[in-house]
Design a protein around this ligand. Structure first.
Ligand SMILES: [Zn+2]
Length: 418
């Protein structure tokens, strides 16, 4: 089983310079390989494999001597990651690999040979050497890949991947089942009626951020004061991100602990929906797209946090041998009465609760949606890997315990703008 521990590291000035060089080299090599792959693809219809990328390295090192100053396995990791990014793209799990910018978060990877020294520092291969670290939590097993990163607030971290060589936990499906929906007014709503909100101090910090950002805007471009103000803004961003992360980790842990099966709406599929909707002529989907788009727009505010949250749910559930399932956003979770499956034509975003005209049940908008998500997930689980009601495949990938379902039920009139 694999575990990851992220620790803060404190490189010296010289080590920071070395890291900065390594970040630059890795970024340059990523962009260069990505460009080469694109060009070769245009000419031959085939891209570069990981080996193909690695084979270019000695030639590049001759041409650009400074490339040789970076530990070679760091560059080979770039080949591995880029070729993986292409595989993920071709298998539909990710978008096309992007060029990296020096304004983004910087990182490099050591595929092996990093050691913990006396529980207070990390020993890296190559010139970097021993870097002090704050190690508070470790796992059993061998250290595999180590990723060193620097965030925009100028702090350095190392993520250590441990492998204890033990088999992964067996999957169990009996027990409580929960559906979770992303809310308009709350961060998450569950099918058992609980609503979870972002912690209050987040709001205060966001206000502070706004003030500091205005200050930054008034500073002259290129000035030292502007540089300092930018660091301050980055630090507040980091603090907000940390408290959000803390909240999400606690909530995902609670939900995974208390339930055996966890069902959520899939965001990647949703993004596809809104893109598709944009290009769909209204004739095809009879006016539906406008509503779907609005719905997505309102939710997109919380999108970033939501996808991080579902990722946490997923890996925590997998690690504990529980089932995690994502259902498609095509599924009309808000507009369907979970009691009689009657579907209302439209439900304005302001409508917080509604009464089913068919069976008379009064619904809380969000809880009803979460219940529908749970029931739809259960229906898909009952179908297993077989085709669903409208003939599409549910697609749990082989060897994985969680799955993304592309299915949407036809029996209750799901709007699929194809
Ligand atoms: Zn009803």
């Amino acid at each position: 089983m694999k575990n990851v521990a992220k620790v803060r590291i404190y490189p010296t000035i010289e080590q920071k310079q070395l890291l900065s060089k390594a970040f630059g080299c890795a970024r340059w090599y990523w962009n260069n390989s990505l460009n080469a792959t694109n060009e070769i693809y245009k000419q031959t219809g085939k891209g570069l494999s990981q080996i193909g990328m690695n084979n270019r390295l000695p030639i590049l090192k001759k041409e650009f001597e400074w490339l040789g100053e970076t530990y070679s396995q760091v560059l080979q990791s770039v080949s591995l990651n880029l070729s993986r990014a292409f595989v993920n793209f071709f298998e539909g799990r990710a978008s096309f690999p992007k060029f990296k910018s020096k304004h983004d978060k910087q990182s490099i990877q050591y595929p092996q040979n990093v050691k913990i020294v006396d529980n207070k520092s990390l020993k890296f291969p190559g010139k970097l050497g021993v870097v002090p670290a704050k190690i508070h939590r470790m796992f059993d097993g061998k250290i595999k890949t180590v990723t060193v990163s620097m965030n925009s607030a100028g702090k350095y971290y190392a993520s250590l991947l441990f492998d204890d060589g033990l088999p992964d936990v067996e999957v169990r499906s009996e027990g409580k089942v929960i559906g979770i929906d992303v809310g308009l007014t709350h961060f998450a709503i569950t099918s058992d009626g609980s609503k979870f909100d972002n912690p209050k101090h987040l709001k205060k910090r966001t206000k502070n951020l706004k003030r500091k950002q205005q200050k930054l805007c008034r500073k002259q471009k290129g000035s030292n004061r502007r540089y300092k103000a930018r660091r301050i803004v980055a630090r507040i961003h980091e603090r907000i991100a940390n408290s959000r992360k803390d909240f999400q980790h606690k909530l995902s842990r609670k939900l995974v602990n208390e339930n055996q099966v966890i069902i959520v709406e899939n965001l990647a599929v949703k993004n596809m929906v809104s893109q598709r909707v944009a290009g769909v002529p209204p004739v095809v989907a009879t006016g539906e797209p406008v509503r779907v788009k609005n719905h997505c727009l309102a939710k997109s505010i919380s999108d970033c946090g939501w996808s991080k949250f579902t990722r946490q749910l997923k890996y925590k559930a997998e690690r504990d041998g529980k089932i995690y399932l994502e259902i498609s956003r095509f599924f009309p979770s808000s507009k369907t009465c979970h009691v009689c499956l009657n579907q209302v034509g439209s439900l304005h975003l302001d409508v917080r609760s509604w009464t089913c005209t068919n069976c008379g049940t009064k619904h809380d908008r969000d809880v009803n949606a979460a219940i529908n998500i749970r029931d739809e997930g259960l229906r898909l689980l009952a179908l297993g890997t077989s085709a669903t009601a409208n003939g599409r495949d549910v697609s749990p990938r082989v060897g994985r315990k969680s799955s993304v379902s592309k299915a949407a039920p036809v029996e209750i009139g799901s709007p699929i703008p194809l």
